[in-house]
Design a protein around this ligand. Sequence first.
Ligand SMILES: [Zn+2]
Length: 409
Amino acid sequence: MSTEKSKQSAADKDRGKVKAIAEAMIALPPAVDPPIAGSRTRIWKQDPSVKELALPRDVYIHAQVKEGPSDSQIVIRGLSPVTPDLNQDFLIDPASDEKAFDAVHTYTIVRQVLTMYQRVLDRKIPWQWNTGTNQDPLSVHPQAGRTANAFYSRDEKALKFFFFKPDSLPAGSPDVFTCRSLDVVAHETGHAILDALKPNWFFRNVPAQTGGLHESFGDITSILTILSQLDLVEYIVAQTKSDLHRRNILAVLAEEFGNAFGMPEGLRNADNNLKLSEVSDEVHDISQVFTGAFYDILADIFTANRNPRLRDDAIVLYETGRYMAGLIIRSIEKAPANNAIYADVAKAAIAIAKADGHPDYATLIEKHFTLREVLGAQAFAGHPDLAHLGIYPSRHGCCGTMQHPEYQT
Ligand SMILES: [Zn+2]
């Protein structure tokens, strides 16, 4: 009995020690050692209308995010600044603070897009105005006002996302917030990144295909951003059973925005078969040809590399997305500074794929751009250029960026 008792008292003593240590730990100041390397943030995986992906998801930004949220390249404006918690995290519940959630979500998507391209280039991408000593960040306005629009403005050094109540929805329906769509935020960020790389591609007096490259790069950026998210990659593999030509969230862009305008296929479908001779010079119309070719190349490279016996398809799809991000941005860098057309970017992509040691990819790229009448003997010569008459390609089907007055010169 006495041994039992002494064992009991030793156990009590140990418990007392543990309690004392625990209390001491609780009493410690909140500073964390070693220093926190980055911040967790919370986002919508696609947009709130995509029900199976409607729960918000926590993600990790590898560099520390500051109040705003903000960092050296991106700052959220127009809403009360969101402060991080003691762990430097921004884990906002959308049900309790919608505006703070919108701020964190929008910041995170812009950051993820920029990081994706900076990783594949292995260098920082300065914004268009970051010349000399100007280090101004991109200002991002998640709730810029009430209208059905979203745009990038070089003059304002800003991305602006608006909200609206669509006529097509019953009275009392909630507003649609463009900032809550991963596709829309990634698309507009794509315009800002392309403007940084090719500042002369924006204006009205450029060929329809140059404008088409801008609008297409926005859509391609949405596709590549989805493919940079591991959980979405796995979701797409399951959704399509690894056939990217089945209807899926990758090919259908801006679901909620599209639904609001009665377009169940989203604003546009990347998985199309349009050829240059089948579209007009309207910039959005013509952009679909380039986006469609890019999508088919991506799907074919994924299929060619699949080997489910050895590796999960999700890994192959993620790696394919990463390669395609590097391919498109390097091809754009290689294309002319002025009046670039699809064939310029396609030829650059073929040369880069060969130099990367992928002659098989180069063959696929050539095949798809030939099918689209961009390359080869059947290449479409284009509609008559009426710029000398002051008639420029229309942009009425594009996003707010391409219709913005500052690019109409
Ligand atoms: Zn656009």
